[in-house]
Design a protein around this ligand. Structure first.
Ligand code: HSE
Length: 335
C-alpha cells in the first residue's frame, strides 16, 4: 500500500464541509482515483461544534489556522476559509514555508498575493493548486495550465460569478426583486461570506486577475480593473432590456492589445438575447477564450456552490497525490 496523502483541512463553510463529506463518504473511490489513501488528519474551523452534516469528531481540531499549517503530520494544506489576508494568508505562507503543498479556492488571496505566494512555492519546492478558485466546476485552470499550454491567448471573457448570474436570471425569469434574489443565492450557498464582494463585482475581478495572470500576463494587477457590479440593477432594468430582446449579464473581460497592453474590465452588459453569454442561466458560469493555434473555446458549467467547488478542490488533491506517485515511480503501479 502506498503512503497516504495527509490533509490538513482549513475551513468548514459550504465548500469545506462538502470536501470533508466527500473525503469521508467516498474515501475508497477517491483514494483509488488518487492511487493512494487520502486522509484528513486534522482540521481547523472557528466553531467545531456547529452542526454541519459531516462528522469529524474523531479527528484533532486545531484552533489556530497557522498551527494546523505547521503540523508535521500533514503533507498538504487545503485552505477553504477565504479572505485575502489575515489567518488564511498566514496559514498559506506557513504551509509553503514548511514544504506542504497548498490547495486553495481563495481567489481574493491569489489575486492580491500571487507573486509572493508563488515565490514561496518556488523557493520551497511545493505546489499551489487552485482549480476551485475560478468558476468552481469548470476545469479552466487545468485547461490554461495544461491543455492550452502551447497556445497564445489574446482574450478571455465570460461570466465568472454564480451569485450575480443566479440573481440576474432569477429576476429575469421569475420576476423577483434584487434583495429576494440575493437572499436565495445566499441560502443556496453561492454567495461569499461578505456578499458585497459578489454584487459589487470584486469577486469577478479577483477571478479575472487569476485568469489574466495564467492566460495573458503574469504581471496583471487587480488595480488595473475598472469594476462595477450589479448592485444598482433593478427588475425594471431587466424588463426594459427584455422588451428590446436583450439580456443583462455581469461580464468580465481581459484582452491583450496589439501593443502588449492588457485591458481588463468587469461590468454589467446589455447583450442580444442570442449571445452565448445571454443564455448562461442560474449559477452557471461561462468562459470564452480566443487563442492560437487552437482557436476559440467556450466552456459553460456550474460556477458556485458546495458540490462544484468541492469537485475542483478534490481534483487538485488527487493531482497532488498522483504527482508524488509519478515522482516516486510509475503511476498506479503498486510497490
Ligand atoms: N461567490 C462565488 C460566486 C462563489 O458566486 O461565484 C464561487 O467562487
Amino acid at each position: 500500500m502506498r503512503k497516504p496523502l495527509r490533509i490538513g483541512l482549513l475551513g468548514l463553510g459550504v465548500v469545506g464541509t462538502e470536501v470533508a463529506r466527500l473525503l469521508t463518504v467516498e474515501q475508497k473511490t477517491l483514494s483509488a482515483q488518487a492511487g493512494r489513501p487520502l486522509e484528513i488528519v486534522a482540521y481547523s474551523t472557528r466553531d467545531p461544534h456547529k452542526k454541519r452534516g459531516v462528522d469529524l469528531s474523531g479527528l484533532p481540531w486545531v484552533a489556530s489556522p497557522s498551527e494546523l499549517a505547521a503540523r508535521s503530520d500533514i503533507d498538504i494544506l487545503v485552505e477553504l476559509m477565504g479572505g485575502s489576508d489575515g489567518p488564511a494568508l498566514e496559514a498559506a505562507e506557513i504551509a509553503l514555508k514548511n514544504k506542504k503543498h497548498l490547495v486553495t479556492a481563495n481567489k481574493a488571496m491569489l489575486a492580491k498575493h500571487w507573486k509572493h505566494l508563488f515565490a514561496l512555492s518556488k523557493k520551497h519546492h511545493v505546489a499551489i493548486m487552485f482549480e476551485a478558485s475560478v468558476c468552481a466546476g469548470i476545469p479552466i485552470i487545468k485547461v490554461l495550465r495544461e491543455s492550452f499550454a502551447s497556445n497564445r491567448i489574446s482574450r478571455v471573457r465570460g461570466i465568472l460569478n454564480g451569485t450575480c448570474n443566479y440573481m440576474l436570471t432569477s429576476m429575469e425569469t421569475r420576476g423577483i426583486e434584487f434583495d429576494a434574489a440575493l437572499v436565495e443565492a445566499q441560502r443556496l450557498g453561492y454567495a461569499e461570506a461578505d456578499p458585497t464582494l459578489d454584487i459589487d463585482g470584486h469577486d469577478t475581478a479577483h477571478k479575472l486577475i487569476v485568469l489574466a495572470k495564467l492566460a495573458l500576463d503574469p504581471d496583471a494587477k487587480p488595480q488595473d480593473i475598472p469594476t462595477s457590479g450589479i448592485r444598482d440593477i433593478r427588475l425594471s432594468d431587466i424588463r426594459d432590456a427584455q422588451a428590446r430582446n436583450k439580456t443583462i449579464r455581469l461580464v468580465a473581460s481581459a484582452e491583450k492589445m496589439p501593443d502588449g497592453q492588457i485591458v481588463m474590465s468587469v461590468a454589467p452588459q446589455v447583450l442580444d438575447s442570442e449571445h452565448v453569454l445571454a443564455n448562461v442561466s442560474g449559477a452557471m458560469n461561462a468562459i470564452l477564450i480566443d487563442s492560437e493555434p487552437a482557436g476559440s473555446l467556450t466552456m459553460i458549467g456550474p460556477g458556485a456552490g458546495g458540490g462544484p467547488t468541492a469537485s475542483g478542490v478534490l481534483a487538485d488533491i488527487i493531482d497532488l497525490a498522483r504527482f508524488e506517485i509519478v515522482v516516486e515511480g510509475p503511476l498506479y503501479l503498486p510497490r
